[in-house]
Ligand binder design. Structure first.
Ligand code: ZN
Length: 282
């Protein structure tokens, strides 16, 4: 599933390709993805200029003339391909559900085999009140997201910190892998009750969340450079995980005797795998 860094990578690929161009044609090859397309979507989009491409949590927001916005979620398996002016667009394949043509010759093709993606039209200036966004927590990468803010949002919560970090109402877009990795770097046990995290620990955790997301975005960006397409699956920095998917291995920087301690431990929280070092994370 595309996480925040992957969606940000897609955003960075899309923004320069479509900003300033007008949508000239929209082709919908079915009536719905996860939900039906908004009523008269084709008619409402055609003719509008793209003014911005931003992101909120794991949603792309294509800002359009007249205070309109196309809300676009890539679901579990969605990919956006960008064809530049003059590039041949191949005949649609089975899972190419949406095509958007722009006045600068760019063509976007949205492919989504599992159809968990979503498109909706809304009012850009009122986006924070949209049902999808009104209960979503702060963006992790903004300056205003600090340890103090996190402590406040975790106050009184008895849930385990790993689950709290993945709760979109507390903070937006920190997925399973990034929650495990940030907790390891901040030496916090994923099982700690969220409400017991001190300000010092929260400061460390916020610092690590930002660092890890930025690193992932950078990795996605460098992958993107070598491809002409924008691909929702790009950008996981598999090779630099410290603990994720490393059950039984020694954790980096730890002198654990793996034969004695068992190394990195795997547990399941809220149905998702967590990896951590029980000796270093308290
Ligand atoms: Zn260790």
């Amino acid at each position: 599933m595309p996480e925040l860094p992957e969606v940000e990578t897609v955003r960075r690929g899309l923004a320069p390709a479509i900003t300033g161009a007008k949508i000239t044609r929209v082709l919908l090859r079915r009536k719905n993805l996860r939900k039906p397309f908004p009523r008269a979507m084709k008619k409402r989009l055609e003719g509008l200029e793209v003014l911005s491409v931003s992101r909120r949590a794991k949603y792309l927001l294509v800002g359009l003339a007249g205070d309109n916005v196309l809300i676009w979620h890539l679901g579990m398996s969605g990919q956006v391909r960008i064809y530049k002016k003059g590039e041949k667009v191949p005949p649609p394949e089975k899972h190419d559900h949406v095509q958007i043509d722009l006045s600068n010759g760019v063509v976007l093709v949205y492919t989504d085999p599992r159809r968990f993606g979503l498109m909706d039209l809304a009012v850009l200036s009122d986006i924070e009140n949209h049902p999808l966004f009104k209960n979503i927590g702060p963006e992790p990468l903004v300056r205003g997201f600090t340890g103090a803010v996190l402590v406040k949002r975790l106050k009184g919560r008895k849930t385990e910190i790993k689950l709290a970090l993945m709760d979109q109402k507390i903070v937006a877009g920190v997925g399973n892998i990034y929650a495990s990795e940030a907790l390891f770097k901040a030496s916090i046990s994923p099982k700690r009750r969220a409400g017991t995290i001190s300000l010092a620990k929260a400061n460390a955790l916020v610092r690590e969340i930002k660092a890890i997301l930025k690193r992932a975005i950078k990795a996605g960006g460098s992958t993107l450079k070598d491809h002409r397409t924008t691909d929702g699956g790009l950008g996981y920095f598999q090779h630099s995980f410290a603990v994720y998917d490393k059950e039984g291995e020694p954790c980096p920087g730890c002198d654990c005797n793996v034969g004695r301690t068992g190394g990195i431990k795997r547990i399941v929280q809220g149905g998702r795998a967590t990896f951590y070092c029980p000796r270093r994370q308290r």
